[in-house]
Write a protein that binds this ligand. Structure first.
Ligand code: ATP
Ligand code: MG
Length: 328
């Protein structure tokens, strides 16, 4: 401050004008805007598969955090962990050791889904069909099964028809492949959400993914459509992240959410506590972004594209709130 005070000819340094202060102010107003938000929860369950055959792009992180954020809005949400890694089950604090009945038993031994669904300790509204290590063999075991592409869909339809309180949302976390597990998810879902990491190579493989979706639409599930693209791990300090975000928006203007998920230490820490970032640090930049994304997703289902907040400025939605400074 001493330096700026002595520099009388140029504008004095003010903390209020610094990027960190602006980010904090922005985060505070976004938190406030979320406080009063309500979403309409009517109609049948929306079944959304979260897929991208590229590994490590934020599928699981987005599945569990969007699910928890939807639950915080009052929605009942079922997460189906369809990845043998079981990361979604871990993040939701749900036991998934080899002896636990799991989605493997549903797919291979035709257990009813209701027999394996657990409630996350995080919220009574947040349910999880866990995955165990057994699922690693399911890709191969499924090959010889009758109706091998429809097994999840059949189980889910029975569950939704018989559940006393059916979920408003079903989110399916897919493994990083386009094998039979992912095909089961595509056959069971109405909507596809693709998380895209704001890094080089982000769009590579996307045409293959969309080609698979077209095949599924044609042969197995005409209802499946790409409804949502979520930009993840956005680092506003790099020009590359901005370029990737711009490119994806140019190709998919209607599907990309306004909300962008920043790269955030809190987001990556949360699973080691068996929590989503919504429970772990609900006011952090990553949690706020996931809560905003959840509102957008819920409102798109209402057929409305209205904005979450009434922005006071014309600034880019959330893309400049991406560094860690905003996290308290
Ligand atoms: P896989 O293909 O192996 O299933 P995935 O697509 O599900 O991976 P995640 O497991 O969600 O990807 O994320 C990959 C890694 O990146 C994890 O360590 C996760 O904690 C981290 N990560 C995800 N999103 C963020 C974020 N917004 N900020 C920081 N780290 C993140
Ligand atoms: Mg994953």
């Amino acid at each position: 401050m001493a330096e700026s005070e002595s520099t009388t000819s140029s504008a004095p340094f003010s903390f209020d004008d610094s990027p960190i202060a602006r980010e904090l102010a922005d985060l505070t107003s976004r938190r406030k805007a979320l406080e009063g938000v309500r979403v309409e929860l009517t109609g049948p369950a929306r079944v959304i598969t979260v897929s991208n055959q590229k590994g490590g792009v934020g599928k699981t992180t987005s599945t569990v955090n969007v699910a928890a954020a939807l639950a915080s809005l009052g929605a009942r949400v079922l997460v189906i962990d369809l990845d043998p890694q079981g990361n979604a089950s871990t993040a939701l604090g749900v036991p998934h050791t080899a002896d636990i009945p799991s989605i493997y038993d549903v797919l291979i031994d035709e257990f009813p889904l209701t027999d394996i669904v657990q409630t996350s300790p995080e919220s009574d509204l947040l349910l999880c069909a866990p995955s165990t290590i057994h699922l690693a063999g399911a890709e191969i075991e499924l090959v010889s099964q009758v109706a091998r592409e429809h097994r999840l869909r059949t189980a889910l339809e029975e569950y939704l028809a018989s559940a006393e309180n059916p979920p408003h949302f079903v989110l399916i976390d897919c493994p990083p492949s386009l094998g039979l597990l992912t095909i089961n998810a595509f056959t069971a879902a109405d909507e596809l959400m693709i998380p895209i990491q704001c890094e080089y190579y982000a769009l590579e493989g996307l045409s293959q993914l969309l080609g698979s979706v077209r095949m599924i639409q044609k042969h197995l599930n005409p209802r499946l459509h790409l409804s949502t693209i979520l930009l993840t791990m956005y680092d506003g300090r790099t020009r590359l992240a901005q370029q990737v975000a711009d490119e994806v928006r140019t190709h998919f203007p209607a599907e990309v959410l306004r909300t962008v998920i920043p790269r955030s230490v809190r987001v990556s820490e949360a699973p080691s506590f068996g929590q989503t970032v919504i429970a772990y640090d609900g006011g952090s930049a990553g949690a706020v972004a996931y809560r905003e994304a959840a509102v957008e997703i819920a409102r798109r289902g209402e057929g409305s594209r209205e904005q979450l907040t009434e922005p006071t400025t014309e600034e880019a939605p959330t893309e400049d709130t991406s560094s860690e400074e905003g996290e308290s």
